[in-house]
Design a protein around this ligand. Structure first.
Ligand code: CU
Length: 700
């Protein structure tokens, strides 16, 4: 097993360009150089850097032509960070070989010791009110735990907007939408969810065609259910899942997969039910960082998430793991996607070109492969929509040259993000401190460092937390997402500006600041044992553990009627050796059985010509190889895109993941699936059962 420690130390000693890193034996960090030899990847299959005429590019194009892998430059010990500007040229050389996919962004904030801080209403009178296009990105309200407990009451509602699109929202205190839930390791989280969806709740169309595929694979009823108090089913009783029922998944948290905690297989809360109580304890060794909550209702997840049903969970204490972020003002940004506001519009600035929207078999705008065209979905930042075709950007105001800590969730249903911050058209270095909730330096190697990158790939479900420096006053600056090549059968994710970053002396400071290093250390020293997260003894770093076995799984797609190219597509996620089958919500038979304590390597293969997005509940994993190339990332993930097949190569693309089933909290049955929600709803999902240690059983 390779240890990441010496590699990191070497890197922090200045191996910032890929060739130097390779010579120093750091090939795993410099793997992108090796990928130059792979024709399939040479043009950047996963997160290519195509530009559109509307998006400024660098003069030399170096920053914009990486491929899609994670490729990091490292900065060393605390204090060295401030010198990074002097290394711009080295960064340029390094990034020239790199692509990236890490997480995306979202800017939220708030703060303080009161349980609720700075509650604010979103504009409008609607049930699920949304800010105006172009407005300043609002901060989600923070709900902060006190005395080791956070108790939250949320109401789940929906309405149809003036364009016929369904909105869904979590409301706190009547009007506060999608609050941040801020908890410490060891805290008790009590979330009471009242489902007030009305019978006949509007559903979002699956596609431009409005043809609905979601739910077609489930045995649950697709008809809205009209509930009366006498007939309301027990939410834990394996009730039907339908358009008006709901539940919650706590994405990334290692908490038990049981009803009232993180079960999504059988929990279904119907309208008319009493407020349903989720009661779970945040594990003391939960990595501090960004997580999120959303519905996970088989067949209906996509419609609710596209409508806005999502919110951030922040496990506090990242500044105790990494002093580079201590004391920084924080923004939390949820990037969601939504059905197109103007699906029939011609691309802006390109009106001579007919709006020939090619639809894929799911009915979404098909990947154009050139970074432009009609997107599959519009996106929003904390509900400030940036609609096609003109993409009027949202606004982010910062003080000149101020360093902030941005925590971004890709809460979209199907939109891959590839974030960049541009100053005068030039990509800026962003210092990644956390990926998918886990600090990037939380691997036993010690040291405070961030990973510098000039674009952040974030798949649906993924998160990224990074340091960003505000532009000088008068500098033109923006947050954009660059196009992502999702493959021939994938959806279109073109390049688009998301927000203008305005630097102004009078910009309001974010409501929440991470604790200063000294304050954080003092708080930790004074904390009770249950919240002393920094002192929790950790299991050995996953990269140093020998797996007890290797399994192979693969994504595949098949026309439902092979004789009809226009028929619907079925989506499969199959354990090799088993028969491909759509997920059956009526069966609890697991596809994989492991024991608590096991560590396994899983090779995930993609046999389709579409980028899929592997996610497993309850646990984090370590990515060891991407497309067969060793990469040795120093951090954990819970969501990872698996590159698409190009239809030509004799081997399918793969990723190798080291799966961690050591935590006793993961005992139980839970799913792994594609986090493109129409695929998940369509059945691209399987089950794993983690048995208690020592229990013998037959192993599928
Ligand atoms: Cu998928």
């Amino acid at each position: 097993m390779h240890s990441s420690t010496p590699r990191l130390k070497n890197l922090t000693n200045g191996a910032l360009d890929s060739s130097a890193a390779a010579k120093a034996g750091l090939g795993n960090y410099a793997f992108s150089a090796a990928l130059e030899a792979l024709p399939h990847l040479k043009s950047g299959e996963m997160f290519p850097s195509w530009s559109t005429p509307r998006i400024p590019t660098t003069p030399n194009g170096l920053f914009l032509r990486g491929h899609s892998l994670v490729c990091f430059a490292f900065r060393g010990q605390a204090g060295k960070l401030v010198r990074f500007l002097s290394l711009t040229i080295l960064f340029a050389l390094f990034f020239a070989f790199c692509g990236a996919h890490v997480v995306v962004a979202q800017v939220l904030q708030s703060a303080s010791d009161a349980p609720v801080t700075s509650p604010r209403k979103l504009e409008g009178d609607a049930i699920c009110a949304r800010p105006k296009v172009g407005s300043e990105i609002p901060e989600p309200v923070n709900l902060t735990s006190k005395n080791g407990q956070l108790t939250v009451d949320l109401i789940f509602r929906s309405e149809t907007d003036e364009h016929g699109r369904a909105r869904f929202c979590y409301l706190y205190d009547g009007t506060v939408e999608s609050p941040n839930l801020r908890v410490n390791p060891g805290d008790l989280l009590i979330l009471r969810l009242k489902n007030e969806l009305a019978p006949g709740t509007p559903r979002n169309s699956t596609s431009l065609k409005g043809h609905s595929k979601s739910g077609s694979a489930t045995k649950h009823s697709a008809m809205p259910m009209i509930s009366s108090p006498a007939s309301v089913p027990d939410p834990c009783g394996n009730a039907a899942m339908d358009a008006t029922s709901t539940n919650l998944h706590f994405h990334g948290l290692t908490i038990p997969p049981v009803c009232h905690q993180d079960d999504v297989l059988h929990t279904s809360i119907h309208p008319g039910s009493a407020s349903f109580e989720y009661r779970t304890r945040i594990p003391e060794d939960q990595p501090p960082g960004l997580y999120w909550y959303h519905p996970h209702l088989h067949g209906f997840t996509r419609a609710q998430v596209v409508g806005g049903a999502s919110g951030a969970i922040i496990v506090e204490g990242i500044e105790q793991k990494n002093k580079q972020v201590a004391g920084l003002p924080e923004r939390v940004i949820l990037i969601r996607d939504e059905d197109l506001l103007n699906p029939g519009a011609a691309p802006s600035g390109n009106s001579q070109k007919a709006p020939s929207v090619l639809l894929d078999r799911d009915g979404d705008a098909r990947n154009t492969g050139d970074g432009s065209g009609v997107p599959a979905k519009d996106v929003s930042l904390n509900f400030v929509s940036v609609p096609y075709p003109d993409y009027p950007p949202a606004t982010i105001r910062m003080r000149p040259l101020e360093r902030q800590f941005w925590r971004v969730v890709n809460a979209s249903s199907i939109t891959y993000l590839n974030l960049q911050v541009l100053f005068e058209g030039k990509p800026q270095a962003l210092g990644i401190a956390g990926v998918d909730g886990a600090p990037v330096n939380d691997n036993g190697s010690g040291g405070d460092y961030v990973l510098w990158q000039n674009h952040l790939g974030v798949p649906p479900g993924g998160r990224t937390e990074f340091i960003v420096t505000a532009p000088a006053q008068g500098t033109s600056a923006s947050l954009i997402t660059r196009s992502v090549n999702t493959g021939r059968d994938g959806e279109n994710d073109p390049t688009r500006t998301l927000a203008n970053i305005v630097s102004a002396l009078d910009a309001a400071e974010p409501a929440f600041f991470l604790p200063a290093a000294a304050a954080s250390a003092a708080a930790s020293a004074n904390a009770s044992a249950t919240v002393r997260a920094a002192e929790v003894s950790r299991l050995p770093w996953l990269g140093k553990v020998t797996p007890i076995r290797t399994r192979r799984l693969y994504f595949s797609e098949r026309l439902r009627n092979p004789g009809d190219p226009k028929s619907a597509t079925d989506f499969y996620l199959t354990v090799e050796g088993q028969k491909p089958a759509l997920f059956d919500p009526g069966s609890s038979a697991p596809n994989i059985v492991v024991h608590q304590g096991d560590v396994e390597d899983w090779i995930i293969e993609n046999r389709s010509q579409e980028l899929h997005d592997f996610h497993i509940h309850q646990v984090h994993f370590l990515m060891l190889e991407w497309f067969g190339i060793p990469i040795n990332e120093p951090f954990l993930r819970d969501t990872i895109p698996v590159p698409f097949w190009d239809g030509k190569t004799t081997q399918y693309p793969t990723v190798r993941l080291r799966m961690d089933f050591r935590d006793p909290n993961a005992v139980g049955v839970f799913p792994f699936h594609c986090h493109l929600l129409e695929h998940e709803d369509g059945g691209m999902m399987g089950l794993i059962r983690v048995e208690p240690a020592g229990v013998s059983s037959a192993r599928p």
